[in-house]
Every structure is written in C-alpha cells, then in structure tokens.
Design a protein around this ligand. Structure first.
Ligand SMILES: [Zn+2]
Length: 54
C-alpha cells in the first residue's frame, strides 16, 4: 500500500489524487496540495521515514 509522504495517509490503489517521480521513485499523494508541498520540500519528506526501502 502506498503512503502519502506529506500527510502520512495510507492510499489504496486508485485513491491517490496525484503522483510524482522523484529520484527514480514514485510518490503518491492524497491531494494536489500534498503534491505541491512535496515539491517544495522533497528532501524533508523523503527523510521523514516514508521511504519504502523494506
Ligand atoms: Zn496527503
């Protein structure tokens, strides 16, 4: 299951309202607002613990 790295919401397939590919990784968001927030501070949200390395 994907997780919105900005607000932490769990996203079911098809539920994501926006997505972006950043550094070869695709991130999904519950809204375009969260996507825009991610674009502003991508590193902040990637290092926040949402990385799906496992
Ligand atoms: Zn969100």
């Amino acid at each position: 299951m994907d997780q919105d790295p900005v607000c932490g919401m769990k996203l079911r397939p098809g539920q994501e309202a926006a997505s972006i590919t950043y550094q070869d990784h695709t991130y999904h968001f519950c809204s375009s607002d969260c996507k825009r927030e991610f674009e502003r501070h991508p590193k902040q949200y990637i290092t926040a613990g949402a990385a799906s390395s496992r």
